[in-house]
Design a protein around this ligand. Structure first.
Ligand SMILES: *Cc1c(COP(=O)(O)O)cnc(C)c1O
Length: 360
């Protein structure tokens, strides 16, 4: 067996330890004689899995009691609709558009009410985060929406926008559990787990209780109401049971690693190795304004498309896979999520140095 260094933006690398544990439990989960995949989600065995996953997540993120944790389906993209359907009481919301995912959320919200684009960085291919200290927040906005880490462009909000008292809603898909967060600053934090937490098919929504009401837009399907899932502890219908089980294992792995502060230090160390190299390289360049750089997604280019393609090809052959950049940015992107070991980044940089020397 040989594992590659997988720099995919998502679905992405998971901790090897978690995969091994899941493999060990595949045929017989704790004496049940069956896999978690084969298990009813109603009896005690599964109830323990989901309850423990929630408890560990609450512990890791220090989630206050007045927030619900929901394990849902439909990916992050389903939340683009679920958020306006459930939160747009005045049918007005403000969106800060810092990339494709924020843009999609903004466009989806327009189906349900008045979505205002109050800031954007599209003028420079989303390579920076706009100043959000004094934006024209709408008087009657039901919420202000951000995508906190922009997976495709490699930018991250280092300070949250000043929402002037309005509820903040954040898509944290690609920075989930990468560093400590103050949950109380948000009304809703949500993310698809396939970037930093688990297998695709689960989206986690952390939502302040007062935002969960019966008062949703007319026609909102039952399955898209936060209240139905909150009232049923994420077991209204069959949840993405196996995915939640793996997320639970990842939570335990993060706890064992020292929690979110330790994760942050680990991620900063990794990112610094790559960014320092990009800053000194004569061949490779980062594409993002320095102060807005993501710890998780690092896009870079050589400035020559043929050379980019050659790099990706040779890197793949050397065991550094999924480095091709998103089609809208070109070049390369290294996603270095929690589970990417430091050696993965060190070896990638060694390889880049060698490539640079050979192609000078
Ligand atoms: C990947 C991603 C999405 C889309 O996730 P799906 O689960 O495929 O719907 C949304 N937002 C961000 C920030 C992402 O990285």
């Amino acid at each position: 067996m040989s594992r590659v260094y997988n720099f995919s933006a998502g679905p992405a690398v998971l901790p090897e330890e978690v995969l091994r544990e899941a493999a060990d439990e595949m045929l017989d989960y704790k004496g049940s004689g069956m896999s978690v995949m084969e298990m009813s989600h109603r009896p005690k065995t599964y109830d323990n899995i989901i309850k423990e996953a929630e408890a560990d997540l609450r512990d890791l993120m220090n989630i206050p009691d007045n927030y619900k944790v929901l394990f849902l389906q439909g990916g992050a993209s389903q939340q683009f609709a679920m958020i306006p359907m459930n939160l747009m009481k005045n049918k007005v919301a403000d969106y800060i558009v810092t990339g494709q995912w924020a843009k999609k959320a903004y466009q989806e919200a327009q189906l349900y009410g008045k979505a205002n684009k109050i800031a954007s960085s599209e003028d420079k291919t989303f390579s920076y985060i706009p100043d959000c200290s004094d934006l024209p927040i709408s008087e009657d906005a039901d919420y202000v929406y951000i995508c906190e880490n922009n997976t495709i462009y490699g930018t991250k909000f280092k300070t949250l926008p000043n929402t002037k008292g309005k509820t903040l809603v954040a898509d944290v898909s690609s920075c989930f559990l990468s560093e400590p967060v103050d949950v109380t600053k948000y009304g809703v934090i949500y993310g698809g787990v396939q970037k930093n937490v688990g297998p695709a098919g689960v989206v986690i929504v952390i939502i302040r209780e007062d935002l969960i009401t019966e008062d949703v837009l007319p026609g909102t399907p039952t399955m898209l109401r936060y209240k139905i899932h909150a009232d049923n502890d994420s077991l209204y219908n069959t949840p993405p049971a196996y995915g939640i089980y793996i997320c639970g294992k990842v939570f335990k792995w993060i706890k064992k690693m020292g929690g979110l502060q330790a994760m942050k230090e680990h991620n900063e160390k990794k990112a610094k190795i790559l960014y320092d190299f990009l800053d000194e390289s004569k061949l490779f360049k980062g594409t993002v304004r320095k102060e807005d750089r993501s710890l998780m997604n690092v896009p870079f280019v050589t400035g020559n498309e043929e050379l980019d393609a050659k790099f990706v090809k040779e890197a793949t052959a050397a065991g550094f896979v999924n480095l091709k950049g998103h089609r809208t940015v070109g070049g390369m992107r290294a996603s270095i999520y929690n589970a990417m070991p430091i050696e993965g980044v060190e070896k990638l940089v060694e390889f880049m140095k060698k490539f640079e020397a050979e192609n000078a």
